[in-house]
Design a protein around this ligand. Structure first.
Ligand SMILES: Cc1ncc(COP(=O)(O)O)c(C=O)c1O
Length: 455
């Protein structure tokens, strides 16, 4: 056994990754066997690992790096803020300048009257805050029994206990049960595997009606909020027809239930608009966002609330606080990030490049296992199936998406977060056409190799 100081820098990193740093959603034994994938540099839509090998970032590293990597102007702004005032909290009535300016900017760009912003450090915290705001709001209005949250199956809203209780993907829930009481799940608008065996438009959006049925069954005066991602991301880019969200908005209004739009992935240009709600022409009562809010340059998230809600918290305190909520350096990065998104018109670019990416992804349907390709802006997913005719899903044992991810990595394409049967393709909004062509070429090859082993 070598002494630590005899190890090369790379050997040291491999040892630390295998023994000291616990991965998120990954198997330690596999990492030890294959070696960790260690990224060290990024620029635009490109990444380099510690050996200097180049990759296209096919996933904006978890849907975060919308403006691309290596933006010097953000680094400079963050550094100046760190020197001036690195940390300040929003507890107890103290403020800092970047947090105030960011809140004002968010109030300006979010739809409707979402003018009051609660700053946190990430997506799960944003969802926690939204759920707590909804429950406390109803208490204030004199309805303490309005506590239930209606969510969709297949949804992902984060992993802290409240957010996880809203999450509808069972794989993330079952190891941690029992979860928080009062969360109810309804079918997702998953047209490719419709719960009702119907097809749009003949279905008349029965999955949206299921929300009203559930409200009536639970008792309208027991429901605090309906939460949903306008475009479901982890479920595999499910963008429901416009009428879906119109119906859900109307039903929430009818029973005075709050609508929470979880835009943690959708927001900041990913779908071709600044916020995905804009595709549907609806304004939620609460909107959550995180991820691309700072482009990944610093951790930050938020819950934006409408005037109607904010007014209830003027002489009644929202009993909630997060140490890093309103962090001045994160707020500075988020502000610069928004400035770049606006200046370079990146949401529009996502729409344009998204069309090009979609064309390429559609060409992959010639593969036997590619059942469906879904996309909106630069937000897309490929769904693999065992049988295209019956849409029979692949079993977890086949690990198709993981194998495709691994082969893609070897060929210079980074695609983290492969699920059992889906590959997410969501590159930075600055991606070039040539790079998109390379992404498609690598995926074509990887899918071709993996499908040979599928019986
Ligand atoms: C829609 C949605 N909400 C919440 C979260 C949780 O965000 P975080 O991982 O930053 O806690 C995610 C993460 O992917 C998400 O997709």
């Amino acid at each position: 056994m070598k002494n630590l100081k005899d190890l090369s820098e790379k050997e040291l990193l491999f040892k630390g990754a295998g023994e000291n740093l616990l991965p998120h959603y990954a198997m330690v034994s596999e990492i030890r066997e294959k070696g960790p994938k260690i990224l060290s540099r990024g620029e635009g839509a490109l990444l380099w690992d510690i050996d200097g090998k180049e990759y296209i970032d096919g996933h904006s590293i978890l849907w975060v790096a919308n403006i691309g990597h290596g933006r010097k102007e953000i680094a400079e702004a963050a550094s100046a803020q760190m020197e001036k005032f690195a940390y300040g909290s929003l507890f107890g009535g103290y403020y800092n300048e970047p947090a105030i300016k960011l809140a004002m900017k968010l109030a300006e760009i979010t739809p409707g009257d979402l003018n009051a912003i609660f700053l946190v450090s990430g997506g799960s915290e944003a969802v926690e805050a939204a759920i707590k705001i909804a429950r406390q709001y109803h208490q204030r209005k004199g309805y303490p029994n309005r506590y239930k949250i209606i969510s969709r199956r297949e949804s992902y809203h984060g992993v802290t206990y409240g957010a996880l209780s809203a999450t509808g993907l069972r794989i993330y829930r079952t190891p941690f049960e029992p979860l928080v009481p009062g969360f109810v799940h309804v079918p997702a608008p998953y047209c490719y595997h419709c719960d009702y065996g119907k097809e749009y438009p003949d279905c008349e959006i029965e999955c949206a009606d299921a929300i009203e049925d559930t409200i009536l069954w639970e008792g309208p005066k027991s429901v605090a909020a309906v939460i949903g991602e306008p475009v479901m991301s982890a479920a595999g880019v499910l963008a429901p027809p416009k009428e879906y969200w119109e119906k859900v908005r109307a039903v929430c209004n009818k029973y005075e239930i709050l609508l929470i739009a979880d835009e943690v992935i959708n927001a900041f240009g990913r779908t071709g608009k600044f916020f995905a709600c804009e595709h549907y022409g609806i304004t939620p009562d609460i909107m959550t966002f995180a991820k691309a809010m700072s482009g990944g340059y610093a951790p930050i998230g938020a819950a934006a609330v409408s005037k109607k809600i904010a007014d209830e918290f003027v002489d009644w305190m929202f009993v909630h606080g997060i140490t890093y909520g309103g962090h001045p350096v994160s707020a500075t990065c988020a502000m610069k990030n928004i400035e770049i998104l606006e200046r370079e018109k990146l949401p529009g670019r996502a729409e344009e490049m998204g069309r090009y990416l979609k064309e390429g992804l559609n060409s992959l349907k010639s593969h036997r296992i590619v059942g469906d390709v879904r996309s909106i802006g630069l937000h897309s997913a490929i769904e693999y199936v065992k049988d295209k005719k019956t849409r029979e899903p692949l079993s977890g044992k086949e690990r198709v998406a993981s194998k495709i991810e691994e082969i893609s990595w070897q060929r210079g394409l980074y695609l983290c977060r492969a699920s059992v049967d889906k590959t997410y393709v969501a590159p930075p909004l600055v991606i070039e056409k040539k790079q998109i062509e390379k992404v498609i070429g690598i995926l074509d090859e990887a899918i071709g190799i993996v499908e040979k082993d599928i019986k």
